[in-house]
Design a protein around this ligand. Structure first.
Ligand code: PLP
Length: 382
């Protein structure tokens, strides 16, 4: 079955007695046991709930894995992954990554003894240098956030296998529609489903999918023990979002390409970062590992003074954190998503005070261009 079809049929339970097409919301904390030592398969909703299970099955199928797990947020999913390691273990992480992941590692798990080295994962030599005896895993994002650097997941999967390391990929920006890390050799794929998978800026959720059933068991144990599960109402909302993933992504990407070409020609725009551009250093890797380029664009305006003006003047595109919804959103990474990353590191990565990150939605592209145009047009002083 093709992925478009899998998306549409996410959570449709064909053997329900009622024949309901939409998965029911099992709003229950607990389940009655038929008798002593007997179970319906469900005991308590932290351990398992049919609505959440429908989401978990869907993400496993979409990512070509054997087991899926749904969490209360993307950060909860990343935390569950971190709990596979113990105090004194070392992991290698992309240096250009979601700011919240950096904060979690530095301000929560560092004090519990987890050691982390941040590297440019587009450069295998840097990764090779970072490996130590205590290294146990790798966590990468590709494209990276917000600089859109591309890591070659299949190359890194070979590297991970050679060193006996667990490879996790945060696939939030691409979704299984454009990129399937498990098929490229990764062990674990992680999502903030608050973004494209949910797709409507109305939900906070996290997902994990794995290929190896043993690893799935371990993560299931962590999920049940820590308890950061996705509730039945939000599970239903996520199933609803998943159904239109393919059409939303196609439209967003089409809009993104048009906007990128328009931004490149704009006199107030200094640089545009989008991996679908042929001149982008990761373009070849994207065409090899992915079926699309996504709809996230970062660009620099000509001078820092313009940032406030542009953000104030935009009428349609909202100045708001998050991404991946049907509505176009713009963020200023150095003061928002990446504020917890020290300035020296931000400067080194290119997260400057001129950089804006645009999540392109599914509006008519002409309206998006008009909005950006009026916001970027500077009246001459007189
Ligand atoms: C938003 C995001 C997260 C965190 O997810 P939440 O659902 O907000 O907890 C993690 N990784 C990436 C790439 C993200 O964009």
């Amino acid at each position: 079955m093709k992925i478009e079809t899998k998306c549409v049929w996410a959570g449709v339970s064909k053997n329900e007695k009622t024949g309901s097409i939409s998965m029911p919301i099992y709003q229950t904390a607990t389940f009655k046991h038929p008798g002593l030592t007997e179970s319906t398969g469900y005991d308590y909703s932290r351990t398992g709930n049919p609505t959440r299970e429908a989401v978990e099955k869907s993400i496993a199928e979409l990512e070509s894995g054997t087991r899926g797990l749904a969490f209360s947020s993307g950060m909860a999913a990343i935390s569950a992954f971190i709990h596979l390691f113990k105090s004194g273990d070392h992991i290698i992480v992309s240096n250009d990554l979601y700011g919240g992941t950096y904060r979690l590692l530095e301000q929560i798990y560092a004090s519990l003894g987890l050691k982390v080295t941040y590297v440019n994962t587009s450069d295998l030599a840097q990764m090779e240098k970072a490996v130590k005896g205590i290294t146990k895993g790798i966590l990468i994002e590709s494209p990276s956030n917000p600089m859109m650097k591309i890591a070659d997941i299949s190359l890194i999967a070979d590297f991970a296998r050679r060193h006996g390391l667990l490879l996790a990929v945060d696939n939030t920006f691409m979704t299984p529609y454009w990129q399937q890390p498990l098929s490229l050799g990764a062990d674990i794929v992680i999502h903030s489903a608050s973004k494209y998978l949910g797709g409507h800026n109305d939900l906070v959720a996290g997902l994990i999918a794995v290929k190896d059933p043993g690893l799935g068991e371990k993560l299931g144990f962590i999920q049940n023990s820590i308890g950061s599960i996705l509730g039945p109402q939000d599970s239903w909302l996520l199933l609803r979002g998943l159904k239109t993933l393919a059409v939303r992504l196609e439209q967003s990407q089409k809009n993104a390409f048009e906007l990128v070409h328009w931004l490149k020609k704009h006199p107030q725009v200094k640089s545009v970062y989008y991996p679908g551009l042929k001149e982008h250093p990761g373009y070849q890797i994207m065409t090899k590992n992915c079926t699309g380029f996504g709809a996230m664009i970062s660009f620099e305006v000509a001078q820092p003074a313009l940032i406030g003006t542009v953000l104030n003047r935009l009428k349609l595109i909202s100045f708001a954190e998050s991404l991946g919804g049907v509505e176009s959103l713009i963020t200023f990474p150095c003061q928002q998503t990446h504020a917890d990353i020290p300035k020296e590191i931000r400067d080194e990565l290119g997260i400057t005070d001129c950089l804006l990150r645009l999540s392109v939605g599914i509006e008519h592209v002409g309206d998006l261009i008009n909005d950006l145009d009026q916001a970027l047009t500077i009246e001459e002083d007189n």
